[in-house]
Design a protein around this ligand. Structure first.
Ligand SMILES: *[C@@H]1O[C@H](CO)[C@@H](O)[C@H](O)[C@H]1NC(C)=O
Ligand SMILES: *[C@@H]1O[C@H](CO)[C@@H](O)[C@H](O)[C@H]1NC(C)=O
Ligand SMILES: *[C@@H]1O[C@H](CO)[C@@H](O)[C@H](O)[C@H]1NC(C)=O
Ligand SMILES: *[C@@H]1O[C@H](CO)[C@@H](O)[C@H](O)[C@H]1NC(C)=O
Length: 284
């Protein structure tokens, strides 16, 4: 009996810490979310976002249970017949300082450049802006988001090259496929890079592959349907973790360096190049 009385405060404390209904959402985060809602203003996506309710329960919002701060904001229109959101990405997105993951998927009405307000998201680890109509260049400021691990800007209208500033970034997954990117992507390469997954397919990248050192731990390297020139570096055979690979439909030439990695992938991974061949004999 006495023991259980002593345990009571502890149990109450544990209950407060671990009980699932979060404390009310932080008022600053709520204000930021309402500003985001106001900026888009045109969608049923926000029907649960009302000022008199806990914002941690709003559709697409997840909070840190202890702090009541917004950690995940997800507008995933993946399966939907929903028309989706439209307009530019509002600066208010930068007013959620505890955000770890931000996702917009399949909102073709979202247009304009990436706002620099995103750099205020100092804890952001995962940025997915996929199947929207965002345009402009990939801004150098994205590389300043220190903990960013995943950058998915696929199926947009981005143009220009990958800025050199990304040479200092520490990304694990990059998907820039299906854009209008051109020029170089060298900043993403280098044997010491932590990059594991890279998809640059269906762009107009036009760089020389010959001098490139691939990140040593790549598991996925998808470069098909670009205008990449040069030849395939011998170093590719050091990528022992590589399981997904395609370099088709580029302007590559020369002998595919034989080795444990290139031997794993049949010709369907190399088709549609200028003059690639498996051995000097088959090169004409
Ligand atoms: C939300 O409610 C608070 C407190 O009642 C109020 O101060 C604030 O102006 C309201 N915000 C909006 C956007 O209605
Ligand atoms: C890669 O890292 C090793 C060990 O930290 C270092 O000696 C080497 O210079 C680095 N190479 C490049 C190209 O940065
Ligand atoms: C590659 O993976 C190995 C084993 O997990 C690890 O020790 C090494 O630091 C990684 N290299 C890079 C550049 O991330
Ligand atoms: C590689 O890409 C080409 C061109 O898009 C495609 O036809 C081919 O099926 C792909 N190969 C593999 C193995 O996915």
């Amino acid at each position: 009996m006495e023991a259980s009385i002593h345990l009571l405060p502890l149990l109450v404390g544990l209950f407060l810490i671990f009980s699932p209904p979060a404390g009310p959402c932080d008022s600053r985060d709520k204000a930021a979310l309402l500003n985001i809602k106001a900026a888009f203003s045109n969608s049923g996506e926000f029907s649960s976002w009302t000022n008199d309710t806990n914002c941690c329960g709003w559709k697409g919002v997840s909070c840190n249970q202890l702090l009541g701060r917004v950690e995940v904001l997800s507008f995933d229109n993946k399966g939907g017949p929903l028309e989706g959101l439209s307009g530019p990405l509002p600066d208010a997105l930068g007013d959620l300082p505890f955000l770890i993951s931000l996702l917009f998927r399949n909102h073709p009405g979202i247009v304009g450049p990436l706002p620099s307000a995103l750099t205020r998201l100092r804890l952001l680890g995962f940025l997915t802006l996929r199947q929207t109509s965002l345009s402009g260049s990939i801004p150098p400021f994205l590389s300043q988001i220190r903990y960013l691990k995943l950058l998915d800007l696929s199926f947009n209208k981005f143009s220009g090259d990958v800025p050199v500033e990304f040479g200092a970034a520490d990304l694990m997954t990059v998907d820039l496929s299906h854009n209008k990117l051109s020029g170089g992507a060298n900043a993403l390469f280098g044997a010491n890079k932590t990059l594991r997954s890279l998809d640059l397919s269906f762009n107009m990248f036009e760089f020389d592959l010959s001098p490139i050192n691939f990140p040593a731990n790549l598991t996925k390297l998808i470069l098909n349907d670009n205008k990449i020139t040069g030849s395939i570096p011998v170093q590719i055979n050091q990528l022992t973790s590589l399981v997904e690979f395609n370099i088709s439909n580029n302007q590559l030439c020369g002998v595919i360096p034989a080795g444990p990695v290139t031997d794993k992938f049949d010709d369907t991974h190399f088709i549609g190049n200028k003059c690639l061949c498996r051995s000097q004999d088959s090169c004409s």
